[in-house]
Design a protein around this ligand. Structure first.
Ligand code: GRF
Length: 198
């Protein structure tokens, strides 16, 4: 149990709209967490701009930016920022085993489908929505789950659903799912913290 509100690091590879939603939520007085760092594998990701807007430090972690051992860098950096919880939000790189172990039950991920369906290898971005449409599913949604070494298989914390209409395309479905993700992520993180940290 920690004596302060938990510090959050958000890992994101591209746009970072979920990252921004979490940052915005955490800036409210009644939100029980503080986003202290944004991490991306991608130096040009738009998420860096979003972090800057809120004066949150953001760093790129890849072989080009970091000399030496990346795993060690992750551990040291997260320690330096006193990170308690990692939120993956559109992070396309595999999380090193050492981090999964160090942050056991403290890494959350958002997946744009109703796991356990449509998870696993190759199931990211628009691919997920293509697969959902092809399978003629009547509903889809987003899942917030804990990250274990078997990526999309960690315990599910919460899901939000959307209807898949006959005329939906992968792109329209992606938009619809993203529209419920932001609230789902911030609400689930809050509940998770109130239950486990405070
Ligand atoms: C979201 O659909 C999320 O579910 C998935 O990656 C996407 C990230 O979108 N893991 P954004 O970068 O937060 O806008």
């Amino acid at each position: 149990m920690i004596q302060r509100e938990p510090n959050i690091a958000i890992f994101a590879s591209h746009s970072g709209s979920n990252a921004e939603a979490l940052i915005k939520a955490s800036l409210k007085n009644d939100y029980p967490a503080k986003v202290v760092l944004v991490v991306s594998n991608n130096s040009n990701a738009y998420v860096h701009e979003r972090a800057k807007k809120y004066n949150i430090d953001s760093i790129a972690v890849n072989k080009k930016e970091v000399s030496g051992n990346l795993d060690q860098f992750y551990i040291e950096t997260l320690k330096k920022y006193e990170v308690d919880i990692i939120c993956l939000a559109g992070y396309l790189k595999k999380i090193p085993e050492i981090l999964v172990a160090e942050y056991e039950n403290r890494i959350l991920n958002i997946h744009p489908a109703l796991l356990p369906k449509f998870g696993g290898k190759g199931m990211y971005g628009i691919n997920v929505h293509h697969a959902v449409i092809e399978s003629k599913e009547k509903e889809s949604g987003a899942t917030i789950h804990l990250v274990t070494s078997n990526y999309d298989e960690g315990p599910i914390l919460k899901q939000g659903k959307v209807e898949v209409k006959e005329d939906d395309t992968p792109e329209s479905l992606q938009k619809k799912v993203l529209a419920i993700e932001h609230k789902l992520y911030k609400d689930t993180l809050k509940e998770f913290i109130l239950k486990n940290f405070i």
